[in-house]
Design a binder for this molecule. Structure first.
Ligand SMILES: CCCSc1c(F)c(F)c(S(=O)(=O)NC)c(F)c1F
Ligand SMILES: [Zn+2]
Length: 263
């Protein structure tokens, strides 16, 4: 797929020639979260994450982002509570980021952009046997989104940053173990927005219950610079393209309500 690297946000193109409208696309992601239009829901429960660092397996550059992949064949790393009726298993986490610190996140809050956004992808293991099944179902996935802002070095992230040069090219994989992703969550995980949405990369299926953390985490400028040293292209391709602006354009809300767990 063709990438178009451009110099300003208005013409920044997503990294694939995405369909303008997804068939039946009335719950597409990402969106802008309007704080004043979100509705406080007192029935939202506390989020419960139980992540076992021993389930962390590898990092893979899939040509869109780098995925830190977990063993999801048992219920060792799970998410439940919040807006969720079922128990979900962590299968991977990845990030979306920009070519500079001005933009890069997929969701925005009152149109405010962050330089990057973390996605922890979980699938509904109470209802489905495999991720591949769940990704096609409307209650199949739960993704925790965490905004990144530039500030002090994130000590927990540094172990991941140090491994990234080993997966510089599309298609590369490196072993990566004993990483506890809860170090990437903000202190207050019970202040979040939640809405019904979709994947933001193909197959763009409307399978995601989004849980977006209100509090960002801080990472250093240098840590983000290492994200930008990755490549969209494989080692064989003659023209190397830096992996930046791997976010999707914002999508119409189409009457959806964004709920908040806090007032
Ligand atoms: C068949 C997908 C492979 S796993 C995956 C992914 F790689 C990804 F990038 C996103 S995203 O849409 O970009 N962010 C939530 C997902 F939702 C995913 F489930
Ligand atoms: Zn994502």
């Amino acid at each position: 797929s063709r990438f178009v690297q451009s110099k300003n946000l208005t013409s920044v193109h997503p990294m694939w020639q995405e369909p303008l409208e997804v068939p039946g696309g009335d719950r597409q992601s990402p969106i802008d979260i309007s704080v004043r239009k979100s509705v406080f829901d007192p029935n939202l429960k506390p989020l419960v994450t139980q992540y076992d660092p021993r389930t962390c397996q590898q990092i893979w550059n899939n040509g869109y982002s780098f995925l830190v992949e977990y063993d999801d064949t048992t219920d060792k790393s799970t998410l439940r509570g919040g807006p969720l009726e079922d128990q979900f298993r962590l299968c991977q986490f990845h990030f979306h980021w920009g070519e500079n610190n001005t933009w890069g996140s997929e969701h925005t809050v009152d149109r405010n952009l962050y330089p990057a956004e973390l996605h922890l992808v979980h699938w509904n293991a109470d209802k489905y046997a495999l991720f591949e099944e769940a990704v096609m179902e409307e209650n199949g996935l739960a993704v925790i989104g965490v905004f990144l802002k530039v500030g002090k070095t994130h000590e927990g992230l540094q172990k991941l940053v140090d491994a990234l040069p080993a997966v510089r090219h599309k298609g590369s994989v490196v072993e990566f173990t004993k990483f506890d992703p809860s170090c990437l969550l903000p202190e207050s995980i019970n202040e979040y927005w939640t809405y019904a949405g979709s994947l933001t990369t193909p197959p763009l299926t409307e399978a995601v219950t989004w849980i977006i953390m209100k509090q960002p985490i801080e990472v250093s400028h240098n840590q983000l610079a290492v994200f930008r040293s990755l490549l969209f292209t494989s080692a064989e391709e003659e023209v190397q393209k830096s992996m930046v602006n791997n976010f999707r354009f914002q999508q119409p809300l189409k009457g959806r309500t964004v709920r908040s767990s806090f007032t």
